[in-house]
Design a protein around this ligand. Structure first.
Ligand code: SF4
Ligand code: SF4
Length: 444
C-alpha cells in the first residue's frame, strides 16, 4: 500500500519481549528478522547500502532516549523512552523539568555490554540498553538473538559465491574462516542472479528454539513452523550440535555454524549437510543416489547396494580391466530431463575422494552382492523398486518428497535395466558383468 502511494515506510522486524517473556514469546527468529530488515533496507536504499558507523557512549543510551526524547506512561510516570521502565519519575509529584533532570542523572552509567563496544558487527546491530535488559536480564550481556540477527543481516549484504549443483543454482555469502571443501568448491560458477540464497553466520553458541523438536534422530532435530523447517545438526555420537539451518523466507536459509566445530567443515558431508540439498534438489526433480558412478564408453553405469557391499571395489576393477572412469565414488545426482535417466556429479563422495563434475546418460544400474562365484541376474521392476529405494536420500517425514521420489523411481525401473551382480573381487566379475551388459550388442 505504501509503495502504491509512494509513502516511505520502514518495517521494523525486531520485537522487544514483554518483561519476563523473552523465552515464551513466539517471535520471528533472528534469521527471519534479518531477512525482513534486509528487504526493507534494499527497498529504501538499494543493494549497495552500508550502515552508518555506530558508536556506543561510555555512559547512557546511544539513542535519543533520556536526551531529547522521553515517554510518559498511563500512570503519569516520565521514562527515558516508551519501553524503558527504569528510571521513572512521577509527574504527579515532580515538575517535568525536575523529573527530566533526574532521568538524565540516573542514566549516567554504562548501559551497554563491554563486548558490544569493540564488536565488528555493531553498525549492523540493533543492540540498545532496553533490548539487553529484556533479552538477558542485565546490561552487561550481549543478547544472543541480536548477535545472530546482526551477523545474518551483514551476510545478506556480503559478497556471494554462486554454485550450481544439477539444476539448483544458489548463492552463499561465505564468512571468513569457514573452510570450504575442495569438492564443493568445484561446483562454483560465474556470478549471476539466483533464486535461492544462503546466509551463513559463525557463532560461539547456537541460538536454537527453546522447545522440543517435531522430529528427531541421532544426527538431526527438526523444528517445523508453518511450511518452514529448521534443522539442528549433530555429528554422529556428539552431544553438541555443529549447525542450525533454518528456512527464513521463500528462497532463503540462514545457517548458523558452531565456531567450536568449524574444523569439521573440511569434510564435504558436514559442509553439504547444512544446505539441505536433497530438499532443494527434489523440488527440481533431481534425487541423490548412493552409488559408485562410473563412466564407460560415454555412458554411466551405477553400482549400488548397502555400505560395504563392494561398490567402489567393482568400480576400481572396471577402471583397471576396462579403462572405465569413476566420476563419484559415493553419490550421483539423478534426473530424468527428457528421455532417459541422467547422472550428474555431486559434491559429496565419502571416503572415495573421487568427485568429478560430469553428466552422462545412465545405461544400467547394478546392485552389488558379495558371493563366492560371479553371476548376473536381471531384476524385474517391482523388485528393483524395493532394492533401489533405500539408496535414495529421501526425507521420509515429508509426504510430498516421498511421493516425488517414488514416482521418480517408478519411471527409472520402467526405463533402465537393473541387474544384480553376485561377485567376487576379481577381473572375472568385471568380465561376467561386461558380457551381460554388452555381449548381445557385440554379437549383433
Ligand atoms: S528502546 Fe532502546 S533504542 Fe529505542 S528509544 Fe528505548 S533505549 Fe533507545
Ligand atoms: S552483535 Fe552482539 S556483541 Fe556485537 S554489538 Fe550486537 S549484541 Fe553486541
Amino acid at each position: 500500500m505504501c509503495r502504491e502511494w509512494g509513502v516511505p515506510v520502514f518495517a521494523d522486524s525486531y520485537m522487544f519481549p514483554a518483561p519476563g517473556c523473552e523465552q515464551r514469546l513466539d517471535r520471528l527468529s533472528p534469521g527471519e528478522a534479518a531477512e525482513i530488515e534486509y528487504k526493507s533496507l534494499i527497498e529504501r536504499f538499494g543493494e549497495g547500502w552500508v550502515p552508518d558507523k555506530k558508536e556506543i557512549p561510555g555512559e547512557g543510551t546511544a539513542c535519543m532516549a533520556g536526551k531529547c526524547s522521553f515517554g510518559i506512561d498511563a500512570q503519569g510516570n516520565l521514562r527515558p523512552c516508551a519501553l524503558m521502565n527504569e528510571p521513572s519519575v512521577s509527574l504527579k509529584t515532580t515538575s517535568f523539568r525536575a523529573a527530566f533532570d533526574r532521568l538524565v542523572t540516573s542514566l549516567q552509567k554504562p548501559l551497554f555490554p563491554d563486548a558490544c563496544r569493540s564488536c565488528q558487527y555493531l553498525s549492523w546491530c540493533r543492540v540498545c540498553p532496553e533490548a539487553c535488559l529484556r533479552e538477558t536480564g542485565d546490561h552487561s550481556t550481549p543478547p544472543k538473538r541480536l548477535c545472530v540477527q546482526a551477523k545474518a543481516l551483514k551476510s545478506c549484504f556480503s559478497e556471494k559465491t554462486v554454485f550450481r549443483i544439477g539444476d539448483f543454482l544458489f548463492d552463499a555469502a561465505l564468512p571468513e574462516g569457514l573452510p570450504i571443501p575442495e569438492h564443493f568448491r568445484q561446483f562454483s560458477v560465474e556470478p549471476q542472479e539466483t533464486a535461492y540464497h544462503y546466509r551463513i553466520v559463525i557463532e560461539d553458541d547456537l541460538f536454537v528454539p527453546e522447545r522440543e523438536p517435531d522430529y528427531r534422530n541421532e544426527d538431526c532435530h527438526v523444528y517445523l513452523r508453518g511450511t518452514r523447517e529448521a534443522r539442528l545438526l549433530y555429528l554422529h555420537g556428539d552431544t553438541e550440535p555443529y549447525a542450525f539451518c533454518e528456512e527464513t523466507g521463500p528462497g532463503t536459509t540462514c545457517i548458523t555454524i558452531n565456531r567450536e566445530k568449524l574444523s569439521r567443515f573440511t569434510l564435504d558431508t558436514v559442509f553439504s549437510s547444512t544446505f539441505s540439498l536433497e530438499k532443494r534438489l527434489f523440488q527440481k526433480e533431481s534425487f541423490i543416489f548412493h552409488c559408485t558412478f562410473m563412466s564407460f564408453q560415454g555412458e554411466a553405469i551405477l553400482f549400488t547396494g548397502p555400505s560395504g557391499a563392494g561398490k567402489s571395489t567393482q568400480g576400481n576393477l572396471w577402471e583397471k580391466a576396462k579403462g572405465a572412469k569413476v566420476i563419484n565414488g559415493d553419490r550421483a545426482l539423478l534426473s530424468l530431463p527428457h528421455r532417459g535417466l541422467t547422472a550428474q556429479g555431486f559434491p559429496v563422495c565419502g571416503s572415495s575422494e573421487i568427485c568429478l563434475m560430469e553428466s552422462l546418460k545412465v545405461r544400467s544400474i547394478i546392485f552389488i552382492c558379495q558371493a563366492p562365484e560371479n553371476r548376473v541376474e536381471s531384476v524385474r521392476p517391482a523388485e528393483a523398486f524395493s532394492l533401489l529405494y533405500p539408496q535414495f536420500t529421501v526425507n521420509r517425514r515429508n509426504r510430498e518428497f516421498v511421493k516425488a521420489a517414488s514416482d521418480f523411481l517408478e519411471h527409472i525401473v520402467a526405463e533402465i535395466p537393473v541387474f544384480r551382480l553376485f561377485c567376487t573381487i576379481s577381473e572375472e566379475a568385471v568380465n561376467v558383468l561386461h558380457e551381460a551388459l554388452y555381449g548381445e550388442e557385440r554379437r549383433l
